[in-house]
Design a protein around this ligand. Structure first.
Ligand SMILES: Cc1ncc(COP(=O)(O)O)c(C=O)c1O
Length: 383
């Protein structure tokens, strides 16, 4: 496999632009310097637009999970209750994290199904310090109702912690309007940067709660990040991964140049083209929607047709130089997923669909070569 000629159509890490790769080869600098403060400030400025927030933004070393752990551990501790909504792999992760730091109150739904708001309401009525939600559940391709959960959290005075790891930067995420107290994104998804950084927004209410905590995590203490970020010369409490900051800085310049509105539209159109293509190939989408959920703007998850192992689809695509994702854990073999995150283009989507047609045809599933491409082109022509 030629790693330099491989198309990543998976939900992160995504391919990064050559100018982003080049940015990482710049010389190291003092992280307590005006140069670093300038990079940090520039990044936070663009990220405020991505998050649609006036809340403080901090950037921590570590992938998305570090941000999730920092969020839960900084606001909830022994004796507190956290309602953890799970309808997929990453909701389960929040539940597991909550169980380590505090008492998790699980609100669990079958993976791939929609969140029942009534059940969440009942759990919150019993009293909780915080509620966690994965906005874009990457493992199942569903977009969960963040605005509605935000309303419930506000009504019950709970801190709203939202994983926006694969929606921020590729979908319309309204942190302030929805009342999200802590939102998290990973650098290697829709922002188009390499893996290794997690961006977290923190509301005033969340900061007050953190100040009242008897214990918080040491390395992933969001209050420590906020204090360092508040200085006249903003910095991070511990040594930042400087090459990754260079890369994120450059990736965010690309975000700024494209503009968030255009970026969200592009992600949506490309993902819709994938959905249209697979439907034309008689392949069913995996998520079961209700009136509050919708298909993800950044990833399409499909059921592997009867008699076909989703892992084989993934493996056959890999042989053709295109990396897609299979199902995780209990969904392994049952679904396959195509991500449209970061700087993916219509050309990338069309190549993927054409190869998928060939793979499915080879597996004896479809004799309608071209139907998927045709359907995708119709959607893409709308741009
Ligand atoms: C929705 C969601 N949350 C959290 C994570 C975990 O992020 P990371 O692997 O960057 O720690 C992922 C990774 O794919 C994700 O898709």
């Amino acid at each position: 496999m030629d790693l330099e000629d491989t198309l990543l159509m998976m939900p992160g890490p995504v391919s990064v632009a050559p100018r982003v790769l080049r940015a990482m080869s710049k010389p190291m600098i003092n992280h307590r310097s005006t140069e670093f403060a300038g990079i940090y400030t520039d990044c936070r400025e663009v990220l405020s637009d991505v998050f649609q927030t006036k809340n403080d933004i901090v950037i921590i070393n570590g992938s998305g999970t570090a941000g999730m752990e920092a969020a839960v551990g900084s606001v909830a501790g022994k004796g507190d209750k956290v309602v953890a909504i799970e309808n997929g792999k990453f909701g389960e992760r929040f539940k597991d994290l909550a169980a380590i730091y505090t008492e998790a109150v699980p609100a669990v739904f079958e993976w791939g199904s929609s969140v029942d708001l009534e059940m969440v309401k009942v759990k919150l009525e019993e009293g909780a310090k915080a509620v966690t939600l994965v906005h874009n559940e990457t493992s199942t391709g569903i977009l969960n109702p963040a605005a509605e959960i935000g309303k419930l959290a506000k009504k019950h005075d709970a801190i709203f912690i939202m994983d926006g790891v694969t929606s921020l930067g590729g979908d319309n995420v309204k942190v302030d309007e929805w009342g999200v107290d802590i939102a998290v994104v990973g650098s290697q998804k829709c922002l188009g940067a390499p893996p290794g950084l997690s961006v977290v927004s923190v509301s005033e209410k969340a900061v007050e709660v953190m100040q009242g905590m008897e214990k918080r995590p040491y390395y992933n203490d969001l209050l420590a990040y906020k204090k360092s970020g508040d200085q006249a010369k903003p910095e991070t409490p511990y040594t930042p991964a400087i090459p990754l900051f260079y890369a994120l800085h450059e990736a965010l310049q690309i975000v700024k140049e494209e503009g968030m509105e255009a970026r969200i539209k592009r992600h949506g159109l490309l993902t819709e083209a994938v959905r249209a293509a697979v439907s034309a190939m008689d392949i069913d989408m995996f998520p079961q929607l209700n009136e509050y959920s919708r298909y993800s703007n950044t990833i399409a998850a499909m059921k592997a047709p009867e008699g076909i192992d989703g892992e084989n689809v993934k493996n056959e695509m890999k042989k053709r130089g295109i990396i897609i994702a299979g199902g995780q854990e209990r969904l392994k073999g049952k679904i396959f997923r195509i991500g449209c995150m970061g700087n993916i283009s219509a050309r990338d989507v069309l190549s993927t669909i054409q190869q998928l047609e060939i793979v499915m045809n080879k597996m004896g599933y479809t004799d309608c070569l071209g139907a998927g491409t045709d359907a995708a082109v119709k959607v893409l022509n709308r741009s």
